[in-house]
Design a protein around this ligand. Structure first.
Ligand SMILES: Nc1nc2c(ncn2[C@@H]2O[C@H](COP(=O)(O)OP(=O)(O)OP(=O)(O)O)[C@@H](O)[C@H]2O)c(=O)[nH]1
Length: 311
């Protein structure tokens, strides 16, 4: 994991290709799971609850001299709150910049209103696009074929893929196709990058995942985690300080738990995973703070790589 701007990227021999693929889809379609399957490492957050992906996260795959940069977009849904609108704007923005858009549909769900709206919107963009029917481990083949036909009749796609992000079925075919379709050009990232998401942000996402895994019914989505400090010690270990921001005192008490046990458990789980990803011993210190009305603060949006929606 490194800062690409400060690097001379070593290019492989021969012709190289490099491009961006935006994954779009309704909440819970399986974008994060697919991204992780594609990249083969954890770069995005998976949850049973919808709408967990808050920032654009990029995963990197190298195949056949092509570098494929995946843009994971927040779930595209009918936005109500300001924050939600920002996520949607950013999601479509990501799709607009990409060389290829992969629309992910949960095959079990089929073409519900959400998916129909996304199909229509994608049809209007005139972008190159492929349809990815996901979760094929859960549905019959004839259902899949009918679904593929129905979707293609509504919006034409260059290709239709059938995958299970969970089992990895079909994922290699998808990589081979993307690799072939990327435009000719130099690699943008060093080959050993799994993600250009800075380690700090990734560490915050990990803690956030543990927080929600533990307290999913009790916390609103407005809770965030920020890595305030990442200090490398002489022995190579890191002291990492993170703050969990909640909206109310009552939520703070829930996060801390009786005798501090809840936050301690979350910290232990997060520390283990952050250590693995950082490939060093991590000493994690978690703080819990109340921050009211942060959803209306433009600065927060910028920090998350989101556009602040006016009005
Ligand atoms: N059975 C099955 N479940 C899957 C598959 N792919 C994803 N899931 C499950 O579907 C749920 C949602 O997956 P995510 O990857 O979090 O979905 P997402 O589209 O990134 O969701 P947001 O972050 O809300 O946009 C999780 O419980 C996954 O385990 C699959 O191929 N088969």
């Amino acid at each position: 994991m490194s800062d690409t701007s400060s690097h001379e990227v070593v290019q492989p021999e021969g012709e190289t290709r490099c491009g961006f693929v935006a994954l779009v889809g309704a909440p819970n379609a399986g974008k994060s799971t697919l991204l992780n399957a594609l990249v083969g490492a954890k770069v995005s957050i998976v949850s049973h609850k919808v709408q967990t992906t808050r920032a654009l996260v990029r995963g990197l795959v190298i195949a056949d001299n092509a570098q494929i940069v995946f843009v994971d977009t927040p779930g595209i849904f009918a936005p109500k709150r300001r924050l939600d609108r920002a996520m949607v704007t950013t999601a479509w923005g990501g799709a607009g910049d990409a060389d290829l858009v992969g629309l992910l549909i949960d095959a079990r769900k089929g073409l519900d209103d959400d998916n129909l709206a996304i199909l229509d919107k994608l049809g209007e963009t005139g972008r190159r696009k492929v349809l990815i029917l996901n979760k094929i481990d859960t549905v019959r083949r004839d259902t899949l074929l009918a679904l593929a036909q129905e979707a293609a009749a509504r919006t034409p796609f260059e290709r239709v893929f059938m995958v299970s992000a969970l089992t990895g079925d079909g994922v290699q075919d998808l990589i081979a196709y993307f690799a072939e379709e990327m435009p000719a050009g130099p690699w943008l990232y060093p080959a050993d990058d799994i993600s250009d998401l800075p380690l700090r942000a990734l560490a915050a996402e990990i803690t956030r995942e543990k927080l929600f895994a533990r307290l999913h019914d009790e916390l609103p989505y407005a809770s965030t985690v920020e890595t305030e400090k990442w200090e490398v010690r002489p022995d190579g270990s890191a002291r990492v300080e993170q703050t969990i921001y909640v909206e109310r005192e009552s939520q703070k008490r829930i996060v801390i738990g009786k005798g501090g046990q809840t936050v301690k458990d979350i910290s232990m789980q997060a520390r283990k995973e952050i250590s693995e990803i950082a490939e060093t011993t991590v000493h994690l210190f978690l703080f819990v703070k109340v921050r009211e009305n942060w959803g209306d603060d433009p600065e927060r949006y910028r920090e998350m790589g989101l556009e602040f929606p006016r009005g």
